[in-house]
Each structure stands twice: as structure tokens, then as C-alpha cells.
Ligand binder design. Structure first.
Ligand code: NAD
Ligand code: WQD
Length: 342
């Protein structure tokens, strides 16, 4: 039954946010089967999840777009609800390879939804993103702000949200939560799982940790002439464990709600690039050389949420501050200097 301890399918559960969420779902008493094609993750993650949580989730290696495989997984495990993380997420790559992004993210999700419908599974929590707010017109961002995108990756999130919302209109048995994440950073406090980008990181926090560990020279600060207090970009960083707990709360909330619902998951606190670098330096006592460079095309000056709707509907609120995020990101990177490939 939705809302109770449930059997859950977690797509993309071997990835960064998925692995942290699987730990919280197991901790809340749910049974988890992961479907992941390992295109951006490693099987060793499953060992670490089981070490931290004391329970080994089942891993099915395969693609969300493989209808035959998904059918047999659904028949064998009969999950009652789905947490859907599987997707490609690099903005620059999506500009260079849009068809790959639309195929993997949008077509993959359509195929998954068709199989779920056929098996009468109609509760799903979707990994959306603050990127669906394009360039926000006003701050803080609330869920009723216009949804549009500035790149193909963002467009896949917008399109999937529309598909979910149309489905919910077509049949009131569907229950959807689109969780719009702000900037997920940090790692499990054990230091055993964390973010492990395959190449030079695109995102700020993994870039900082790689500078700290000596793999990269210095952080490039993309612009110091924004209309923000210190001129550098402001974002709403959220600890990945808080984010993970937001999924547990969303699964519970769908127990007594049908239809499509969007919730922003962030702290409501804006932090600039220089503030993040300086906090990282001071809590970890490690030097982070940096250099101011021109703005990165497509970046907005500031983005942060009003977290009130999530707090009201989900009974969820982020607990960790930016100092914790820096501490835990560094614990993960310093203990695993080459990530899961070590
Ligand atoms: P990640 O790459 O670490 O995790 C995604 C997982 O999905 C990986 O393990 C990958 O192997 C798997 N996967 C990808 N395509 C698949 C497919 N077709 N079939 C099966 N498995 C597939 O990324 P993450 O940072 O954990 O992000 C998880 C989700 O959250 C993504 O949908 C992403 O777009 C979204 N999101 C991430 C961020 C962020 O900054 N990390 C922000 C907002 C939203
Ligand atoms: C944060 C701030 C940069 C790197 C991206 C995606 C978004 C979402 C989260 C998935 C900005 C600055 C960055 C660097 C820098 N992903 N920066 N030097 O751009 O807010 O969001 O990840 O949904 O869709 O666009 O995150 O970490 O890349 O940047 O100065 O090397 O750090 O300009 O102000 P962003 P980010």
C-alpha cells in the first residue's frame, strides 16, 4: 500500500543522488530493487550501500528503455512505486548530443511509464531540476514560476514533467511527484559514497574537491561581475542526504494525493561561488587556489528556492548547512581520491 513500507523500484539507484536515496529508503523500512545501466556508475556502489545500510539492495543491470527487461523486473519484484533518477545530466553534452539526451531521458521515461501502466504501478517520484525555471524572473523561486528551458538537458526535464502531468489528467490513478532539485552537493557522512564525475567536473563542488586533492590546479570562477553581493554566481546548495530524505517524504506524501505535484527541494539559502570556496577552505583547512575567468555562457546570476511548499506538504526541511556540505564532500574525496576507481 502506498505510504506504508513498500517495495520500490529505484531507476538510476547506483548514481550519486540515487545511492544516497536508496540508503534513506532502506532506513525508512522500504525494500529496494535498483535498475541501472551503469552508464555513469559502478557496481561497487552496491557494496557500499549494503555496508552503510546493513541491507543489500537487488541490482538489475539494464536500461529503462528495454521494455522486455523492465517487464520481467516488474513481474519478478512487483514494486508498488518508483523513484526515477535514471537519466543523463551534463548540460554541455546535451547541447552537443541532443538526440542522445532525448532518447535516453524522454523516450526512456515514456517506455518505462508504458511498462508501469501495463503492470498497474502508478506512483512515481521523478528527479526534476531547478533548471526547469530557465532564467528565473524573480527570487526566491516558487513552484508556480514559469517552466521553460535554456538547453536540451533542461528541455528533457520540462518535457518529462509535461508527460507526467498529462498522464495524471488522463487517469486519476496516477500519483506523481516532480522534485525540482536545486544544487545537490555533499556526500554521505561515512565518506563511503559520494559524487564521482567521469571526467573533469562541470559542477563547482566536485571541481573544488578535485583541486583540494591535487588532481586539478585551481578553480576557475566563472565571472565576478554578476549583480550579486560579491559579483559571483549565487546558488542554493543542498546536502545530498537532505535531498535523499526529501524522496522518502515524497513517497509518503503520494500516499494520500493523486495527480501531478511539483516540489522544490533546496535550503532557501543562496551561497556565492567565493563563499563556497572560502567555507570549504576554512572548515577543511585546505587551500583552494582560484582564478576569476569570464562568465560561463548560459549561467544565471542567482537561483534559490522558497522551500515553504515542500515544508508544508512533505513535512520536510533541509537540516545541513554549507559547512556540512563542504566537510562531507571533502571527507568523500580525500578518502577516495580517484572516486570508485581507486
Ligand atoms: P548520476 O549520473 O550519478 O545518476 C544517474 C544514474 O542513472 C547513473 O547511475 C546512470 O548509470 C543511470 N542511467 C542513466 N541513464 C540510464 C538508463 N537509460 N537506464 C538505466 N540507468 C540509467 O546523476 P545524479 O546526479 O545522481 O542525478 C540523478 C537524477 O537527478 C538525474 O535524472 C539528474 O538529471 C537529476 N538531477 C541531478 C542534479 C545534479 O546536480 N546532480 C540536479 C538536478 C537534477
Ligand atoms: C554553480 C555556480 C557557476 C563551475 C548545474 C546544471 C543544473 C543542475 C545542477 C541538473 C555557478 C559557478 C561552476 C566552475 C564556477 N543539474 N562555477 N566554476 O550551473 O547552477 O547547475 O548543475 O539538473 O541543470 O546547470 O551548477 O555547479 O555548474 O555551478 O565558477 O568550475 O558555480 O558559474 O555560478 P549550476 P554548477
Amino acid at each position: 500500500m502506498v505510504g506504508d513500507h513498500m517495495r520500490l523500484l529505484v531507476t538510476g539507484g547506483a548514481g550519486y543522488i540515487g545511492s544516497h536515496t536508496v540508503i534513506e529508503l532502506i532506513g525508512a523500512g522500504h525494500d529496494v530493487v535498483i535498475l541501472d545501466n551503469l552508464s555513469n556508475s559502478h557496481t561497487v556502489v552496491i557494496d557500499r550501500i549494503s555496508e552503510i545500510s546493513g541491507t543489500r539492495p537487488t541490482l538489475v543491470v539494464g536500461d529503462i528503455g528495454d521494455a522486455e527487461l523492465v517487464d520481467s523486473l516488474l513481474s519478478e519484484h512487483s514494486p508498488e512505486a518508483v523513484v526515477h533518477f535514471a537519466g543523463l545530466k551534463a548540460v554541455g553534452e546535451s547541447v552537443a548530443q541532443p538526440l542522445r539526451y532525448y532518447r535516453n531521458n524522454v523516450a526512456g521515461t515514456i517506455s518505462l511509464l508504458e511498462r508501469l501502466d501495463a503492470h498497474d504501478i502508478r506512483t512515481l517520484v521523478f528527479s526534476s531540476s531547478a533548471t526547469v525555471y530557465g532564467e528565473p524572473e524573480s527570487l526566491p523561486i516558487t513552484e508556480d514560476a514559469p517552466v521553460w528551458s535554456v538547453n536540451p538537458y533542461g528541455e528533457t526535464k520540462v518535457q518529462i514533467e509535461h508527460i507526467l502531468s498529462d498522464l495524471a489528467v488522463s487517469d486519476d490513478r496516477w500519483r506523481f511527484a516532480a522534485l525540482r532539485y536545486f544544487n545537490p552537493v555533499g556526500a554521505h557522512p561515512s565518506g563511503r559514497i559520494g559524487e564521482d564525475p567521469p571526467d573533469i567536473p562541470n559542477n563547482l563542488m566536485p571541481y573544488i574537491t578535485q583541486v583540494a586533492v591535487g588532481a586539478l590546479d585551481r578553480v576557475m570562477v566563472f565571472g565576478d561581475d554578476y549583480d550579486t553581493p560579491d559579483g559571483t554566481g549565487v546558488r542554493d546548495y543542498i546536502h545530498v542526504v537532505d535531498l535523499a530524505r526529501g524522496h522518502v517524504a515524497a513517497i509518503d506524501a503520494l500516499g494520500d494525493r493523486s495527480g501531478f505535484h511539483a516540489w522544490n527541494l533546496g535550503t532557501g539559502v543562496g551561497t556565492s561561488v567565493l563563499e563556497l570556496i572560502n567555507t570549504f577552505r576554512s572548515v577543511n583547512e585546505v587551500d583552494i587556489p582560484y582564478e576569476i575567468t569570464p562568465r560561463r555562457p548560459g549561467d544565471t546570476a542567482a537561483s534559490y528556492t522558497d522551500p515553504a511548499k515542500a515544508e508544508r506538504d512533505l513535512g520536510w526541511k533541509a537540516q545541513h548547512d554549507v559547512a556540512d556540505m563542504c566537510r562531507h564532500s571533502w571527507r568523500w574525496q580525500s578518502r577516495n581520491p580517484t572516486g570508485y576507481r581507486g
